[in-house]
Design a protein around this ligand. Structure first.
Ligand SMILES: NC(=O)C1=CN([C@@H]2O[C@H](COP(=O)(O)OP(=O)(O)OC[C@H]3O[C@@H](n4cnc5c(N)ncnc54)[C@H](O)[C@@H]3O)[C@@H](O)[C@H]2O)[C@H](O)CC1
Ligand SMILES: [K+]
Length: 505
């Protein structure tokens, strides 16, 4: 599913109006109808409703919803904020329609003074102050109103976007001046800011309402951001032919684990084996040999001459993919071995964990990375790598996007909705997974899966996307059985087969 920017939403609106064709006020009526249906599905007619409408089309939607709810016998009061006498055309049309509605309790147009209504427990506030047209952070009277609503015990439904939240960049937004909705009913597509963890408590429960914007328009307007869907992954799954031999299924090399961190190597190796590749070799220090041999008997161990660290680059000729970093440590000899390993490796590479931390402390090496390299940092690792601290997820994402372009790399920013930044500047968000996966070793499992998929024959973009998605599904299946609190990285590995089976259906 594409994520359009505020400007693109306007373009899509216009396209729909011209090509369907449909009058703008009728499109608003269609949106209001969908909004009203969603509201009436969750709140009964015994709910007192207070609608706050702004001067633009978000306000127009709200006024139309007020009329529809009043017609359905909800006790409805509506406030329209028309401070600068700047109502949009469709907002004006809906103001008139609402004034003609006999069943409305009260309609107040605020042009100057505003006496706020009492908002009590059990009441429902419809927030239609501002949507995708918000062009600066809220201040003054609107900021006070937002605070007043947020402090009230009433429930809040936001139309399209919680007012005060920008569709994309909230770097300069004042967080106290953003509506904290219990439910957000967004029109047609998710907004970019909905993907960031710090905005979740503004959005509440999210519902996406199809308001029938032009399918051709959605198809033809190019989007920088999108959310991956099940059908995208299903179409990418490689199927095994019945005569498959392990030699055809690829051979993966994982370099992982320093002494005391053998677990990271074990987890990555097991996940790699579960991801379809024919053969897995683990490069690890000598002292980890027995642990690996016993815990993952299916893997071949290539042990380093060093007892505790990775110090000797491995010949990669016989391998189809390399994953390096989980539990590797940041010993200086390991750092030298890492860059040497990267330089001599011709096959696709996944860099994770300490491989990224080493690069962060040798940043000049970033310029030596081969094109097409995959990196899987969590936010802190990414900040170390980029050498900067970011105020929010949007700023961090922008930096990851430009780094992916500059290095021709695939960067998976791990998190609530992991974001795959591609070398062409586009970003694809993952849509699977849960908070239970924020647990030790979960990243090692992802590295194992992606390395396995690469060795199996998936191209970089496909391996990243399929890997993130599978990892998330495995987490969702595990959470269903064990609950998020108790979920461990080992559980994720156990559920990879079911995750594959689900995608193979
Ligand atoms: N395709 C769709 O998704 C449809 C969306 N609809 C709704 O339309 C709004 C967007 O409407 P728009 O008129 O462009 O913008 P807003 O209503 O959000 O606000 C514009 C209005 O507000 C003023 N303004 C902007 N920022 C501030 C500020 N910080 N302080 C004060 N005033 C501000 C600005 O000058 C304008 O006057 C979308 O969200 C949907 O709800 C359509 O109804 C159907 C199709
Ligand atoms: K809103």
């Amino acid at each position: 599913m594409k994520i359009f920017t505020g400007a693109q939403v306007k373009e899509l609106d216009k396209y729909t109006i011209e090509h369907e064709p449909i009058k703008s006020e009728d499109l608003m009526e269609r949106a209001a109808d969908a909004l009203t249906r969603a509201i009436t599905a969750s709140w009964g007619t015994d709910t007192a409703v207070v609608v706050f409408a702004g001067p633009g089309n978000n306000g127009g939607d709200a006024l139309a919803v007020a009329r529809m709810l009043a017609e359905k016998d909800y006790r409805t009061t509506a406030y329209l904020f028309n401070i600068g006498n700047t109502l949009s055309e469709d907002c004006t049309i809906n103001k008139k329609r609402l004034q003609d509605c006999k069943k409305l309790r009260k309609f107040i147009e605020v042009t100057n003074e505003f006496d706020p209504p009492r908002l009590e427990k059990g009441m429902l506030v419809i927030d239609g102050l501002f949507g995708s047209g918000l062009n600066k952070p809220l201040a003054g009277g609107f900021a006070s109103l937002v605070k007043y609503i947020n402090q009230s015990p009433a429930q809040v439904v936001s139309i399209d976007i919680p007012s005060g939240l920008m569709s994309e960049d909230n770097t300069y937004s004042v967080r106290a001046n953003i509506i904290k909705a219990d439910m957000t009913l967004t029109l047609q597509q998710k907004k970019l800011s909905f993907m960031f963890p710090e905005n979740q408590n503004f959005i509440g429960k999210l519902q996406i309402l199809d308001i029938g914007l032009s399918k051709d328009g959605i198809e033809s307007i190019p989007a920088t951001y999108s959310v991956v869907e099940e059908k995208d992954i299903k179409a990418r799954i490689l199927h095994r032919n019945s005569f498959a031999h392990k030699g055809d299924m690829g051979s993966a090399l994982l370099i992982a684990g320093s002494y005391g961190m053998a677990g990271a190597a074990v987890l990555a190796a097991k996940a790699c084996l579960r991801s379809g590749t024919g053969k897995v070799t683990v490069g690890t220090p000598k002292r980890n040999n027995d642990i690996l041999q016993i815990s993952v008997p299916e893997a071949i161990v290539h042990h380093d001459k060093d007892d505790k660290y990775f110090t000797e680059p491995i010949d990669v000729e016989e391998f189809d993919a390399l994953g390096i970093g989980p539990g590797l440590g940041q010993n200086e000899n390991t750092a030298i071995a890492l860059i040497t390993q990267i330089r001599k490796t011709q096959v696709p590479i996944v860099l994770d964990a300490d491989a990224l931390n080493i690069l962060a402390s040798h940043r000049a090496w970033l310029q030596q990375l081969p094109k097409g390299i995959i990196m899987t940092p969590h936010p802190k690792e990414f900040e170390r790598l980029a050498g900067n601290h970011y105020v929010d997820s949007y700023e961090r994402l922008c930096k990851a996007q430009s780094m992916a372009q500059q290095l021709h790399a695939y960067i998976i920013l791990k998190g609530h909705h992991s974001a795959l930044c591609l070398p062409d500047g586009t970003v694809i968000f993952n849509s699977t997974g849960n908070a239970g996966m924020a647990t030790a070793g979960s990243g090692d499992v992802l590295t194992g899966i992606i390395t396995g998929l690469l060795a199996r024959g998936y191209k970089q973009a496909e391996a990243c996307l399929t890997g993130m998605y599978l990892h998330g599904i495995a987490g969702d299946i595990a959470a269903k059985e064990k609950g998020m609190e108790s979920l461990t990285a080992g559980d994720l590995i156990e559920k990879i087969p079911q995750a594959f089976a689900f995608l193979d259906k």
